[in-house]
Design a protein around this ligand. Structure first.
Ligand code: GLP
Length: 241
């Protein structure tokens, strides 16, 4: 694993944004996976700013997000589709046909998971995954205990997130939101993975994921086995490694 510890949060955001730009310039038809959350907001904003300042053709770039909420409207401000559309795809001018996301509503999510993977494979498979990490080591929505062989599936949401989503979307009673996530196996098949984290609240889990045993108790620890993985953190998140 390559480890990059930036001197502060600002340098982290700039470095992370340039990793994505570099991939786009290196391969103009790259298939790039993003993730939502606090960690990526500034990085996504900088990505658009850099692209506005130094415009280049992104018409063949494919974007997707590592996970998506299910059983709620896609237009919900918290859906990954809406967040990535607003933060990255629209400002960069990524054509709609190249923004690949599973639907949030479907009668058959097993089929949607397979279709999502099929569509990425048709583009040549994922080149880069910018991957966030939860404080319990989750990647995507693969929580501790998820088998390493898991393939794109719908996981249960963390109870706090589930309660918030239900409140904000006023879902019909009996409807339960879920989390469609690329499985650990699919993430491991991505050509390059960059695990990103900032802030002192991530320091302990980053140390466990990077230095501890490879175990399903800490899903991110599987990345120790990835042949092309970088851990990119700010000084606070990197304080224990
Ligand atoms: C959620 C997302 C993950 C993301 C993680 C970290 O669980 N499903 O994809 O990596 O949050 O979020 P944050 O950056 O807000 O800490």
């Amino acid at each position: 694993m390559k480890i990059t510890i930036t001197k502060n949060e600002e340098e982290f955001n700039v470095t992370a944004a340039w990793r994505i730009i570099a991939q786009m310039l290196e391969k103009p038809n790259a298939v790039i996976g993003l993730s939502t959350g606090q960690t990526t907001i500034d990085m996504h904003r900088l990505l658009s700013e850099i692209h506005a300042q130094y415009p280049f053709d992104v018409s063949d770039i494919t974007l997707f997000n590592v996970d998506e909420l299910t059983n709620l409207p896609r237009e919900y401000a918290g859906s990954c589709y809406t967040r990535i559309l607003q933060q990255v795809a629209a400002p960069l001018g990524i054509p709609e046909r190249n923004f690949i996301m599973p639907p949030t509503l479907s009668y058959d999510f097993e089929k949607e998971c397979l279709l999502f993977e099929k569509r990425l494979l048709e583009r040549g498979g994922a080149d880069l995954q910018m991957l966030g990490i939860g404080t319990n080591g989750h990647i995507g929505i693969n929580q501790p205990g998820t088998p390493f062989e898991s393939e794109t599936w719908v996981a249960a949401l963390d109870p706090d997130l589930e309660a918030r989503v239900c409140r904000e979307t006023q879902l019909k009673q009996g409807t339960k939101p879920g989390g469609l996530t690329r499985g650990i196996k699919n993430i491991m098949h991505t050509r390059k993975v960059i695990l990103i984290a900032k802030g002192s609240h991530k320091a302990s889990i980053i140390a466990q994921a990077v230095l501890g045993p490879v175990t399903t108790d800490i899903p991110a620890s599987v990345l120790q086995l990835h042949p092309n993985c970088e851990i990119l953190v700010d000084a606070e998140a990197g304080a224990e490694i």
